[in-house]
Write a protein that binds this ligand. Structure first.
Ligand code: CA
Length: 245
């Protein structure tokens, strides 16, 4: 399929006509794109070089797209958008829960996918800026340590959880403004594409972060819900310089 020098996006979609249309549309908008009709081909390409964003159809002939999403979610600097033809909302929610950043439902306008990709690229850029803001410092809160460079979160029992780009961006919003109520709008940071689905994905991202940072995610003590207002980061945050060798 088509490939440019600066490939930013991989698209994994077994319907050839749709894949061609998506790749042509990305080219029109100057987004470097490489298409794959098989999950295994995409996996091999991802091993060679990770794209900035991977668009994954959940229904692939050779593997479950969800497995690919799970693998990619371990890489914080790669965004994931899921294509689903399945009617059930549960697949989309599951995809977001295992680490996808956004989803799009068939049938869709390729231009809408372009808008989603651009929005996610902006979010990943924001993360880079947020990481630069965090500098080389470590954020310590409630016995946990978050490293904004590696996106690793060390828990009191010394286990380490990796955060996705979206999760880290959201957590860094809280770390910069502890003990303040942040509304969903503030957490969305002015991102206006399909507010409703992003609103929903904020709540899902928060529950994902809670599973990684809270002792009991069902009774959150660090990120508290303030009904009707938003969320509150209830822990003190201390910033430490990392130990250099
Ligand atoms: Ca398919």
């Amino acid at each position: 399929m088509s490939s440019t020098v600066d490939t930013q996006v991989y698209v994994v979609e077994d319907e050839g006509d749709l894949l061609d249309l998506i790749c042509r549309t990305f080219a029109q908008y100057d987004i470097g794109c490489q298409g794959f009709r098989l999950g295994k081909e995409a996996c091999a390409a991802i091993k060679r070089q990770r794209p900035r964003i991977c668009v994954v159809d959940l229904m692939l002939p050779d593997m479950d797209g969800m497995e690919l999403v799970k693998d990619l979610a371990g890489h914080a600097d790669t965004g994931v958008i899921v294509i689903t033809g399945r009617a059930e909302l549960s697949d989309r929610v599951l995809a977001l829960e295992v680490g996808a950043d956004d989803y799009i439902v068939k049938p869709f306008e390729p231009r809408e996918l372009v808008a989603r990709v651009r929005s996610l690229l902006r979010r990943i850029d924001q993360l880079t800026t947020a990481q630069q803001d965090l500098g080389n410092k470590l954020a310590c809160f409630a016995g946990r340590v978050f490293d904004g460079n590696s996106l690793a979160l060390r828990r009191p029992d010394d286990t380490v959880e990796m955060l996705s780009a979206s999760e880290a961006l959201l957590l860094s919003c809280f770390l910069r403004s502890p003990k303040r109520i942040l509304s969903r709008d503030q957490l969305l940071d002015g991102d206006s594409v399909d507010c409703q689905s992003l609103d929903r994905s904020i709540d899902i991202r928060i529950s994902r972060i809670r599973r990684k940072i809270e002792a009991d995610p069902k009774d959150p003590q660090i990120i508290k819900t303030v009904y009707g207002a938003g969320y509150l980061f209830a822990a003190e945050v201390d910033w430490l310089e990392p130990v250099t060798h």
